[in-house]
Design a protein around this ligand. Structure first.
Ligand SMILES: NC(=O)c1ccc[n+]([C@@H]2O[C@H](COP(=O)([O-])OP(=O)(O)OC[C@H]3O[C@@H](n4cnc5c(N)ncnc54)[C@H](O)[C@@H]3O)[C@@H](O)[C@H]2O)c1
Length: 360
């Protein structure tokens, strides 16, 4: 395929991972970067030999950009995404799609009206242990999935929240652990268990007095299929312990993944050192496969850099989706479901009642 002319908006921490992928993928011709702080764009531009801008519209027009990656803080995803879509560029947005449902709806409408693709990053879907679980569930190997759990026991310290002025505040981050550290596993739960009927949730700030937002949240989910699920997600364990998603089937069999060991990585600051791996596999006749899966996952992580590899795979999927004219791995409408989930948990906590889906 002819390389697609690519650019990114937001030359910060995760922007480095996108830039590295955009200048190495054969599907990409990386041409430009944009940041509201022009000096940040200039620093990226000289490192990656592309053109710097502080206006998305000008960047797309001057460099004939065809696909844009949005790597700005969550409440600032919608504005550059809408400008890019209305300028005719396809848009891949960092997670979560946005921090409000109104912003998601405006982004989805802009992409649909301009006939461009809108995707959202959820690179943990591409972890091999996660792909194995999805294949087993879809093949009916655990029967109907009836119970799912997402347990995230992680840690962020004061230095992390002081590292950027937008972190830890409702106005500029849009939320806490639910909005920033949990979208990947919330996405996996809904990917494995399907549409949601109702959520009851609570959030709290247990041991981060220097931030406004949630450092811990729990939720009970009833899925439309009748399946049940729960969420325990926290940044209050020092050191961080693990993040896991487990799915149990009607047959009694279970499959699970430990997506993260210790505290989840901070893009551009720390790396994934332990391989994501299956930690649970009780499908009859396949129990002996678990150590083999774990060995394969360890071997793979010695050959690739897991901190950047899965981002590159998802960006590659997005560029191929543009070329082949099919939906990307995670379309904007699926990214909206994650925003619906955390919005429902916040609303349930506020109203002290279950929240029915769809959430408007
Ligand atoms: N998929 C993942 O694993 C992953 C990992 C880390 C971060 N993220 C997501 O990436 C996004 C950015 O996080 P980060 O840690 O890189 O933040 P960051 O603060 O390091 O970088 C954000 C950059 O955006 C720029 N910016 C802000 N407003 C802008 C605007 N209106 N137009 C252009 N540029 C603007 C800032 O100047 C900054 O350079 C967040 O949504 C976060 O959730 C995803």
């Amino acid at each position: 395929m002819n390389p697609i002319r690519t650019a990114l908006v937001g030359c910060g921490k995760v922007g480095q991972i996108h830039a590295a992928a955009l200048c190495t993928l054969p599907e990409s011709h990386f041409v430009a970067v944009c940041d509201s702080q022009l000096e940040r764009a200039q620093a990226f531009a000289s490192r990656y030999n592309v053109a710097p801008f502080d206006s998305v519209e000008e960047m797309i027009r001057n460099c004939a950009v065809e696909a844009v990656m949005i790597c700005t803080p969550h409440p600032l995803h919608d504005q550059p995404c809408i400008v890019a879509a209305e300028s005719g560029a396809h848009v891949l947005v960092e997670k979560p799609l946005a921090s409000s449902l109104a912003a998601c709806d405006a982004m989805i409408a802009a992409a649909e009206n301009s006939n461009v693709l809108l995707g959202v990053v959820s690179q943990r879907r591409l972890f091999e242990p996660v792909q194995r679980m999805k294949a087993a569930i879809d093949a009916g190997k655990i029967g109907r999935p009836i119970l799912g759990t997402f347990t995230g026991l992680s840690w962020r310290d004061e230095a992390y929240y002081r590292s950027d002025p937008w972190r830890g505040k409702w106005a500029t981050e849009g939320g806490g652990v639910l909005v920033n550290q949990s979208p990947h596993q919330l996405d996996l739960l809904q990917w494995f268990l399907g549409p949601i009927d109702e959520i009851t949730g609570y959030w709290s700030n247990l041991n981060h007095p220097y931030i406004e937002v949630d450092d811990t949240a729990i939720a009970i989910i009833r899925f439309r299929s009748g399946a049940l699920g729960n969420v325990v997600t926290s940044l209050s364990q020092k050191p961080g312990i693990y993040t896991k998603v487990h799915i149990h089937g009607e047959s009694g069999a279970s499959v699970g993944v430990q997506t993260d060991t210790g505290a989840t990585f901070v893009a551009g600051v720390t790396s994934i050192v332990e391989p994501p791996t299956n930690d649970l596999w009780t499908i009859p006749g396949e129990e002996h496969l678990l150590p083999k899966f774990q060995a394969a996952d360890r071997d793979r992580c010695r050959q690739i850099d897991p901190t950047t590899h899965y981002h590159a795979l998802q960006i590659q999927d997005f560029l191929r989706a543009i070329h082949d004219d099919h939906p990307p791995l995670v379309p904007g409408r699926e990214g909206r479901i994650v925003v619906e989930i955390f919005s429902a948990i916040y609303r349930s906590n506020e109203l002290r009642q279950p929240i029915k889906f769809p959430v408007i």
